[in-house]
Design a protein around this ligand. Structure first.
Ligand code: UDP
Ligand code: MG
Length: 316
């Protein structure tokens, strides 16, 4: 079996060499069992010397393939490029920062041999800050209500995919990619095991709170139109409330005569309704924006440098 290790790298010069050594070690252990490996690195327009590290690795180890983007296109695009350039019978997707322990690859391969098409590593939240754990738990509960596919807390991109899963994912050509959801959407026999997340070896996580929030929103919006449906229901229930309230005011006026009308009630109603409308407009706008991006049909990434021969892959 040929196993492709796909790794997106953004400003990872500090850990790349160490990462490669670690996966090489795993590769040496798997070789006697009849498993060969190739390494597909995608440099996502790094600002540091990640590309020259990759060139060096490729010169030393002929199993290294690299693709370097013309600029930073984001991890999702990098992942897509990696999958496109992977030629293995199965693909292991993992981060470069050694937060995904390479030792687990052997375990994934064993599970693949048992027939699973997706072997998913789920990180435990041991050692995370409590607020983050709670936020994640809340988010997943909410999201799973909203989307059709089941998303699990702690499940990320660290997983093994069989060839048919990779081909299926590559067949999903949408511009707004939310890999977690795409993998779940594809399905096929899957299994999950838990591991303890390591702290980042070096470099810095490229996530900030805003990025996380937007990523979370993407997760909800890129999967179905349920938020639009929710907006519809909200509108209907507000209308109902307004009708009931009006009826109540009219009846009260008939029974007790007109009293001085409330300034506060009016202001509250007006601002609240304006807020609700803005939210709904925002939801519609989000979807329209997505359609706009899909319609433009731009490539997901542009390649600046690579050592992969297959030029057909360079045009996404
Ligand atoms: N990454 C990337 N492009 C980006 C941001 C990140 O390819 O724009 C890569 C990064 O090099 C790493 C992986 O995605 O291999 C995960 O990134 P990070 O460690 O910053 O995220 P976290 O582990 O905090 O979720
Ligand atoms: Mg990380």
């Amino acid at each position: 079996m040929l196993i492709s290790i796909v790794t997106p790298c953004y400003d990872e010069e500090a850990v790349l060499e160490r990462f490669h050594e670690a996966v090489q070690k795993v590769s040496d252990e798997l070789l006697p069992l009849g498993h060969d490996m190739e390494f597909v690195y995608v440099d996502d327009g790094s600002r540091d010397r990640t590309l020259s590290v990759l060139e060096r690795l490729a010169a030393r180890d002929q199993r290294v393939r690299y693709v370097s983007f013309s600029r930073n296109f984001g991890k999702e695009a990098a992942l897509l490029a990696g999958l496109r350039h992977a030629g293995g019978d199965c693909v292991v997707v993992m981060d470069a920062d050694l937060q995904h322990p390479p030792e687990l690859i052997a375990r994934m391969v064993r599970l693949r041999e048992q027939g699973y098409d997706q072997v998913i590593a789920r990180r435990t939240r041991i050692g995370d800050r409590l607020t983050r754990t709670l936020a994640a738990r809340l988010y997943y509960r909410l999201v799973n209500r909203l989307v059709d596919v089941e998303l699990m807390d702690g499940v990320g991109d660290f997983r093994l995919l069989s060839r048919r899963v990779v081909d299926a994912v590559l067949g999903l050509t949408e511009y707004n990619r939310f890999s977690k959801g795409l993998f779940a959407w594809v399905g096929f026999p899957s299994t999950t095991f838990a591991y303890e997340n390591a702290v980042r070896e070096a470099g810095r996580s490229s996530w900030n709170l805003r990025g996380l929030l937007e990523y979370g929103l993407d997760g909800v919006l890129s999967f179905n139109n349920r938020p639009l449906r929710a907006a519809l229901w909200l509108g209907v229930s507000l209308l109902l409330c307004a009708g009931l309230y009006t009826a109540w005011i009219v009846i009260a006026a008939l029974l007790h005569g007109v009293r001085t009308p409330g300034y506060v009630t009016i202001i509250t109603a007006v601002t609240a309704l304006a807020g609700v409308q803005m939210v709904m407009l925002g939801v519609i706008g989000e979807y329209t924006g997505r359609i706009y991006y899909e319609v433009k049909g731009r490539p997901h990434f542009l390649v600046k440098a690579t050592n992969v021969e297959r030029t057909k892959d360079l045009i996404p």
